[in-house]
Design a protein around this ligand. Structure first.
Ligand code: GDP
Length: 528
């Protein structure tokens, strides 16, 4: 039976994000991946920290100034017969909240590792998040043009530290200045590396068969070494197993160098061949499958002023089922309101374009005039809310104050809007008029002051405050909650969405409160 055009469109989609430690090469890979997608003709325009050029995926001025990627952007490009959506995640250690939420909107992840360094902190943290949903992981061991660590040792480290089995798909021949290429275990062919092809799609020489004498002629002693190594590897390493990959238990491993654009296409082939098509998503009522013809989706990210000329805010929505068509009416589940959407955006290689239609797995951008929040579900009428979009208790706190006290209203408006976007969290204590700003990463504080000035025209400054952590408070028993609210009042605040929050001066205070009020749940993460 042939599939309907709708199902064909769904099955074409691969939606993924890159997880890596800063400097492992995420931006460089993004650039090369787009090159393969022919979205940009000559790589080198994505981001040049040194050249002063900026990533197509970097929108905000702040990013340009700092040369880091603060925002999550979306890039769509064709590869072979499929359509790939790459969701960019902020690479810097800060802004982890946005990254975490982006990972709820993808079906697979590419893990990029700096092969000279191995598994680093941030990769460990991000992998923990992907484990929550058993997201399938593809691994790219980058920087083979440098002196790297032993490939077997690298894979052992991934297995030990990240608790995921490694199945090498390609195997490196030499490294650094002596990097010769890779052997593709499944295709039984050697792909030879050529220098100086970083900005183009190279037509690499391929030698079929490990025993081919051409190999000895091409790479000399490395040929024999490779044959011995492959005997060892094929005996000791895991074989690729699609089911284990899809269950998140095994990762196919590719070796290459993003900078010299070698090996990225092998990884992309693996991605379109094996990575899952759009997957079902859970709601509070039932599982929603992408093949359902009624539209649904959830907002995982809100971004303000991506285009300074428009001064708009864009809500990023992952389509979970059905088709988006220009001009359609959507039902916003939280507010119960119907809205007609005629100007959603897609993100072909970072350029915003008005979209006529979009399918499950795609991300569309909705213009937001303040009524959309992170975690919002949109349907065509059904009252279901997608679950699993996290909010994290902040770990850093500052009191925020105005230079000009007359602008208190604008300040509050700005803070509440920024908190709806997830840029920062804001707390208003029950017993005084302070405004406390909470963040997961310290850079968020700078962003907030910068944006308050640029977008709300208020000059704000921070003061230190002795708060060490915050917890959302919940209790099924209304009476107990009211009593808690009265007794613990001086440590309680309301957050941007008016949820009750315990503000703990020290961790000791928190454990005492937890002991004293056993019926109250003190939550470190919360769903939107
Ligand atoms: P990100 O922070 O993960 O986005 O990393 P970038 O893509 O910005 O790369 C960090 C640095 O590593 C840059 O100076 C890149 O030019 C460099 N880099 C990326 N890939 C490679 C590679 O394959 N080989 C070498 N030698 N350097 C690389």
């Amino acid at each position: 039976m042939t599939e309907s055009p709708f199902i064909q469109e769904v099955n074409k989609r691969r939606t993924f994000a890159i997880i890596s430690h800063p400097d492992a090469g995420k931006t460089t890979i993004t650039e090369k991946v787009l090159l393969y997608g022919q979205a940009i003709q000559k790589a080198g325009t994505v981001k040049g920290k040194k050249s002063g050029q900026h990533a197509k995926s970097d929108w905000m001025e702040m990013e340009k100034e700092r040369g880091i990627s603060v925002t999550t952007s979306v890039m769509q490009f064709p590869y072979r017969d499929e359509l790939v959506n790459l969701l960019d995640t902020p690479g810097h250690e800060d802004f982890s909240e946005d990254t975490y939420r982006t990972l709820t909107a993808v079906d697979s992840c590419l893990m990029v590792i700096d092969s000279a360094k191995g598994v680093e902190d941030r990769t460990i943290k991000l992998m923990e998040v992907t484990r929550l949903r058993d997201t399938p992981i593809i691994t790219f061991m980058n920087k083979l043009d440098r002196e790297i660590r032993d490939p077997i040792e690298l894979m052992d480290e991934v297995e030990d530290v990240l608790k995921i089995a490694c199945a090498p798909i390609t195997w490196p021949i030499g490294m650094g200045k002596e990097f010769k290429g890779v052997y593709h275990l499944l295709r039984d062919e050697v792909i030879l590396f050529q220098q100086g092809m970083g900005h183009t799609i190279a037509d690499n020489r391929v030698i079929k068969g490990l025993d081919n004498p051409e190999l000895d002629e091409a790479i000399g002693d490395y040929a024999e070494e490779l044959r011995e190594m492959m005997e060892l590897v094929q005996g000791a390493a895991h074989e690729f197993d699609l089911e284990m990959f899809l269950a998140g238990e095994l990762t196919p491993v590719f070796f290459g160098t993003a900078l010299a654009n070698f090996g990225v296409d092998h990884m992309l082939d693996g991605l379109v061949d094996w990575a899952p098509k759009p997957q079902p998503r859970a709601t509070n009522e039932r599982q929603v499958t992408p093949q359902e013809d009624k539209f649904s989706g959830f907002v995982f990210k809100i971004q303000a002023n991506m285009d300074p000329k428009h001064r708009d805010r864009i809500a990023f929505l992952r389509i979970c089922s059905g088709k988006y068509e220009k001009g359609m009416k959507m039902h916003q589940v939280r507010t119960g309101k119907d809205v007609r959407i005629s100007d959603a955006l897609t993100f072909l290689a970072g350029d915003r374009e008005a979209v006529e239609e979009a399918y499950p797995g795609d991300i569309i951008g909705l213009h937001n005039h303040g009524s959309i929040r992170i975690g919002d579900s949109f349907t065509v009428g059904e009252k279901v809310s997608f679950t699993g979009i996290p909010n994290f208790a902040p770990e850093l706190f500052r009191r925020i104050r105005l230079k000009d006290p007359l602008k208190q209203k604008q300040l509050l408006k700005g803070l509440v809007q920024l908190s709806e976007e997830g840029a920062v969290q804001v707390f208003r204590p029950l017993t005084n008029n302070d405004l406390i700003v909470g963040a997961v990463g310290v850079l968020q504080f700078d962003v907030v002051v910068h944006r308050l000035k640029a977008e709300y025209n208020v000059d704000a400054i921070y003061e230190a405050i002795s708060v060490s952590t915050a917890r959302w408070c919940e209790c099924d028993d209304e009476r107990k909650l009211a009593e808690f609210r009265r007794k613990a009042e001086s440590n309680l605040a309301l957050d941007g969405s008016d949820s009750l929050t315990y503000i703990a001066p020290t961790m000791v205070n928190l454990s005492l409160a937890e002991e004293r009020y056993p019926d109250i749940k003190f939550l470190k993460t919360r769903e939107h």
